[in-house]
Write a protein that binds this ligand. Structure first.
Ligand code: ADP
Length: 349
C-alpha cells in the first residue's frame, strides 16, 4: 500500500497548477478576453466593472489589486482583462522569477502611466524584493543604492503611476505591510457547476466541438470547481472523440471517457484518492500535518496545500484542525471504509 502511495503525484490530469496547455491549442486561446466573457464570480465581476469605470472616468490608474484563490480559477485571466479594459499594457512576472531587487528596477522603470504589472505567486517574493516594492507601490518612487562602503550613493527614481495586480494562492503567507498596500481585494472561489458548464460549452464552440448540454454538465461536475480543469478534461474528451470518430459528444461518451481517465463520479482522481487513503489507512483518519502527509506521498507539501487540499476541504472530504488534517465521513464513505465515528467526532471537537 505504502509503495503504491509513493508513486509521484505530478503530473496529473487534475493538476490545477499546470498551465502548460492553457493557451496553446492550435493557437486557439480559451482565455476570456473581456469582462463580459468572464463567466461566474458574479460579485467580483460587478465590483470590478465599477472600479474600472470609475478609474477610466477619472483618467487615473486603477488602485493596486490583490487576487487570491486556488490555482486555475481565473486570476491571470482577470489581470489580462483589466489591462485590456483599461487600454493599457501588461507586464507579467512571478514572485520566484524576481530574484533580486535589480530585476524589479528594470521592470518598474519601464512601466508607462496606467500600465499593469502582474505578479503571480506574489507570496513567494523574497523579503528584500518585497521591501523594495513598498515605496514603489505607495509613492511611485524607488531608492536604490549603487556602490558600496564610502562610495555608496542612493539614487531616487520617480516611476509613472502604475497598477500592481498581485495573485496568490495563499493570502496567509503575504506579509501584512504588503497586503496593506493593496486597495482592492478579491477572493476567487470554486465555480458552480452551471458556470463551469457554460465555460465548457463556450470552449467547445471555440474548439469546433459538438457537445450536448448533459455532457457539458457531466464534465463540469467532475472538474473540481476549476475552469482550467474543465477545459483540460474537455480537450482530453476531444482527443478520444477524434480517435474514435465520434462527432457528437453526449453524456455517455463524456462519462465513459472520464471514467477511463480515472476521474470518479465525484470528480476526484487517483491523487485525491491517494491523499484520502493515506489519511485514512496510514494515519487512521488523522489528524496528520501537511508535511507528514507530503513525506508519505513523496510529494512537496506546497503541492498538497495549494493544489490538492483546497478542493478536498471545500467538498467536505477533509477538515483542518489545529492538529492537522482529518478525514470526514464523506471521505470514509467515498473509499468504502467504515467510519470510526466516536474517534473522529472526538477529534473534531
Ligand atoms: P489562475 O491564474 O487563477 O491560475 P487562469 O486565469 O490562468 O487561472 O485560468 C486558467 C484557464 O481557465 C484560463 O486559460 C481560461 O481558459 C479558464 N478560465 C478561468 N476563469 C475563467 C472564467 N471565469 N471564464 C472562462 N474561462 C475561464
Amino acid at each position: 500500500m505504502k509503495e503504491e502511495l509513493k508513486r509521484k503525484i505530478s503530473p496529473q490530469i487534475l493538476d490545477p497548477k499546470d498551465e502548460s496547455e492553457d493557451d496553446i491549442v492550435l493557437n486557439i486561446s480559451l482565455r476570456p478576453r473581456r469582462l463580459s466573457e468572464f463567466v461566474g464570480q458574479k460579485e467580483i465581476v460587478e465590483n470590478l466593472k465599477i472600479c474600472l469605470d470609475a478609474a477610466r472616468q477619472r483618467k487615473e490608474p486603477l488602485e493596486h489589486l490583490l487576487l487570491s484563490g486556488p490555482p486555475g480559477l481565473g486570476k491571470t485571466s482577470l489581470a489580462h482583462i483589466i489591462a485590456h479594459q483599461m487600454g493599457s499594457k501588461i507586464t507579467a512576472t512571478s514572485g520566484p522569477a524576481i530574484e533580486k531587487a535589480g530585476d524589479l528596477i528594470g521592470i518598474l522603470t519601464n512601466l508607462e502611466k496606467g500600465d499593469i504589472l502582474f505578479i503571480d505567486e506574489i507570496h513567494r517574493l523574497s523579503k528584500v524584493v518585497e521591501e523594495f516594492l513598498y515605496p514603489a507601490m505607495e509613492d511611485f518612487k524607488i531608492d536604490f543604492v549603487i556602490d558600496k562602503g564610502p562610495y555608496a550613493k542612493t539614487i531616487k527614481f520617480n516611476l509613472k503611476p502604475f497598477t500592481l495586480v498581485g495573485a496568490t494562492t495563499r493570502t496567509g503567507l503575504l506579509a501584512a505591510p504588503l497586503r496593506g498596500r493593496f486597495g482592492i481585494f478579491y477572493h476567487l472561489d470554486f465555480y458552480l457547476i452551471e458556470d463551469l458548464s457554460k465555460i465548457i460549452r463556450h470552449s467547445a464552440k471555440t474548439l469546433g466541438m459538438n457537445i450536448d448540454e448533459e455532457a457539458s454538465l457531466e464534465i463540469a461536475r467532475r472538474a473540481r470547481g476549476t475552469p482550467r480543469i474543465a477545459n483540460r478534461l474537455l480537450r482530453r474528451i476531444r482527443d478520444y472523440a477524434q480517435v474514435r470518430k465520434i462527432n457528437k459528444i453526449n453524456l455517455e461518451m463524456a462519462a465513459t471517457t472520464l471514467d477511463e481517465l480515472g476521474i470518479d463520479k465525484a470528480g476526484l482522481d487517483d491523487i485525491d484518492r491517494k491523499v484520502l487513503r493515506a489519511i485514512i489507512e496510514i494515519y487512521n483518519g488523522g489528524p496528520v500535518g501537511a508535511e507528514s502527509l507530503a513525506a508519505t506521498l513523496n510529494e512537496e507539501a506546497d503541492t498538497i496545500v495549494d493544489a490538492i487540499e483546497p478542493y478536498l476541504l471545500k467538498a467536505g472530504y477533509i477538515k483542518r484542525t489545529s492538529r492537522g488534517r482529518l478525514a470526514t465521513k464523506i471521505a470514509f464513505d467515498h473509499l468504502g471504509h467504515k467510519y470510526i465515528q466516536e474517534k473522529q467526532e472526538e477529534l473534531f471537537k
